[in-house]
Design a protein around this ligand. Structure first.
Ligand code: DLL
Length: 433
């Protein structure tokens, strides 16, 4: 099922000519209206009229999160505030949030993209969509809400938190679709079990899960424990919010990017060079329909690759492989590059271990240390010491095999690692800066 047959199946040439036309308009507009972009373009020695083909995109300068901070709060807006009907912000790890503004048409386009996304995930009119993304400055709640209404589903604006109540509503209201972070979906399953509720027996059919990195193995866990099809949804507030890309339920393999609204590139994060199609690197996104805060070559820091092969679902929009982490999530431990997702995939393969873990990085006598805390399940926890010791050494060995570094492994009791209602926190880096 498609939401917008015409646009979701545009032939490649039509997508590209639309992209070029919209890119040219965007570039002209930002050059004329946003002093920051004019300065950046001038410094790079490029004029809007030099953008004659999609390849010329690479002549334009990148935009960074820092640029948004430097122009806080409204400096990158391309329209006067009286045309902005909504403001969202995302809190970074430090300092001021990054602020984004939407015109009425931006909200309408976002809603259209979320409607396409819901339908791609197999949701439809008649569904009861239990929206547990946070409402507020975070884009997740309202973004999903508008899209759910647009397809004619009944949306329950739950927001995050209050897990017991979520379960009650889910049972009583007959929720069929859940939208939340992947980690929260597991938490719901766990809390349900504690309450004596068989979550698998509820009406839930699909989970539309995103806002944080997760893995194929985590998907298998969620599908099994929650009893749903788990669909990956990607987005970021700087570009839109949720709905930049989504997996289709037919393939569950790669996230379709709505290419009539965005142009994606994958670059080498060190050199900034555009990589050949299909190679893994940092995702860069240019918006081509946004009015409030258009983004030119925004460096997302998310690591992925473009999948250009056609998809079984019939959508012609290219896909991105599941995000394998963020370049700024990458830990350098004793000189070795470590992505939390690599450790996650080791842990998920091991019997007796739960999908809840925490990586603690520290420095002792000038040497980096890594401690992997991981929960074991009830059954393993009550096993003999010997079993637990074997499990510890096995995890240690497998991490060493994959990453080449020795870590400390600490098995912890079930339910001791803090659960999150939104994005999970997986890393604590205590090293002195
Ligand atoms: O997380 C928007 C969103 C809401 C997406 C609900 C999906 C669902 P931000 O708070 O600005 O926006 O965070 C964006 O989260 O750059 C990625 O690093 C990460 N992220 C989002 N979706 C995924 C995903 C929302 N499916 C940042 N897989 C992005 C991996 C994701 N990482």
């Amino acid at each position: 099922m498609l939401w917008n047959d015409e646009f979701e199946t545009l032939p490649r040439e039509a997508i590209e000519s639309l992209q070029l036309k919209r890119l040219q308009q965007t570039v002209e507009r930002v050059y004329a209206t946003v002093p920051f972009y004019r300065r950046q373009f001038d410094q790079q020695g490029v004029k809007p009229e030099q953008i004659k083909s999609l390849n010329d995109l690479s002549r334009l300068p990148f935009t960074l999160k820092q640029d948004m901070r430097d122009n806080y709060p409204y400096g990158l807006f391309a329209v006067p505030l009286d045309q902005i009907v909504r403001i969202h912000a995302s809190s970074g790890t430090t300092g001021k949030p990054t602020v984004v503004g939407y015109t009425r048409r931006d909200i309408d386009n976002w809603t259209e993209m979320m409607a396409r996304s819901f339908v791609a995930a197999g949701a439809h009119r008649g569904d009861v969509i239990h929206n547990a993304y946070g409402y507020g400055l975070f884009t997740g709640g309202l973004g999903a809400h508008y899209g759910a209404e647009r397809i004619g589903a009944s949306v329950i604006p739950m927001s995050g938190g209050n897990t017991k109540k979520q379960l009650m509503i889910m049972q009583d209201f007959g929720s069929t679709v859940i939208t939340c972070t992947p980690s929260y979906s597991l938490y719901l399953a766990e809390a349900a079990a504690e309450e004596g509720i068989d979550i698998r027996a509820l009406k839930l059919r699909v989970g539309i899960l995103g806002a944080e990195p997760w893995s194929e193995k985590m998907r298998a866990e969620i599908e099994e424990k929650v009893g749903i099809k788990a669909i990956d949804i990607y987005g970021l507030s700087e570009i839109l919010g949720p709905g930049v890309g989504i997996e289709c339920i037919e393939a569950q393999s790669g996230l379709h990017i709505w290419e009539d609204h965005f142009i994606v590139e994958v670059i080498d994060p060190d050199s900034g060079e555009v990589l050949p199609l299909g190679e893994q690197g940092e995702l860069v996104i240019t918006t081509i329909t946004k009015e409030g805060i258009p983004m030119i070559r925004y460096r997302t820091r998310d690591i992925t690759r473009i999948i250009a092969e056609p998809c079984v679902c019939g959508r012609t929009h290219r896909r991105l492989a599941r995000m394998s982490g963020r370049s700024d999530d990458m830990l350098i431990i004793r000189g070795v590059n470590v992505f939390p997702s690599q450790i996650e995939s080791v842990l998920m393969d091991i019997e007796g271990v739960e999908p809840h873990y925490l990586l603690i990085v520290d420095r002792e006598e000038n040497l980096d240390t890594l401690e992997v805390q991981v929960e074991v399940n009830e059954q393993t926890f009550s096993d003999e010491i010997k079993v637990l010791q074997d499990l510890t050494s096995r995890i240690q060995k497998e991490i060493k095999d994959i990453l080449g570094i020795t870590c400390r492994v600490r098995l912890v009791e079930p339910k001791t690692i803090a659960r999150s209602e939104g994005k999970a926190k997986r890393v604590i880096d205590n090293r002195p800066r």
